[in-house]
Design a protein around this ligand. Sequence first.
Ligand SMILES: [Zn+2]
Length: 339
Amino acid sequence: MTENGSDRLYLGVDVGGTKVQASVVRESGEILSRKRRKTPRNEQPDRELHAIEAAIERAVAAARSTLKAIHAIGIAIPGVVDPREGHIVVTPNMNLTGVPIGNHLRGRFGVPVAVGNDCNLGALGECWLGAARDAKSVFAILLGTGIGGGFVRKGKLWRGAREAAAEIGHIVMQIGGPPCGCGNRGCLEALASRTAIERDIRRAIDAGRSSVVTDLTQGDLTVIRSRVLRKSLKAGDDVVTEVMRRAAEVLGHACLTVRHLIDPEVILLGGGVIEACADFVVPIVREIVDADRLPGAREGGAVAVSALGDDAVVLGAVALARAASGKSPADLPAGQDRQ
Ligand SMILES: [Zn+2]
């Protein structure tokens, strides 16, 4: 290992509601290993921390490296975090609320740890090495079990006065609409996330409609994964097509709101549902955005699709760790000096 920087290794960790992904990554962004662990469901925080530690250890072993060779760790959390303290303020879908994860992992592995919101870091990753590489302002919307966002301007994350900016999943799209995990009603997340899509498909089936989803899930409708949605769309299933069309329309209108509020150069769509079903969802979103009657002074505001898939968040976590360990100004991904 040389100290000229180019050989430095970082660890990026994406803590998701269903899986923890850890990767060892070179300074350049080259990924040397990818390891996944299932996130324990409804467990105590120590079990969840254990899964994160195990994913880190496996990623290091798979890269044929050692923890001593790791310069810094970046960790992405699905919730509100305080990056200055490395502290988790709230994780709605996990039991890590209040956990000082930065300190914990620093104590456990003996390297600097930077903590950020997963969707914020997904946006940062796409700006560093993905679909938004050359854009000066990017608003990312990530659709999975929930809906998160990230706003990156001139290579820097816009985190907000309360560390809670870009929470696009919780803009209200239907006043008095269905309840959302956040406690409010009618949020984008309550109408267009995979959780909302699953709910609406289950309702249709409960009401007596037939759908290939019943066969594809062997009758267990508790979780309907994105790949099941993709297969159902491909099969021309009426229920899934209807529910997904509605979700895509709501998403399209949310993109219009983003355009009118921030007017970013790129609106980037990503996350599990988009990865699986982009062919169906993205044209509907583009149609709605393209039909916008309120013009700008010039072209721009394109709707793009994530190029990094699952790696976006991990690479964003590495960009954050790299910045936090003093390699570049705060929040500025590698090689993106745009001051
Ligand atoms: Zn909400």
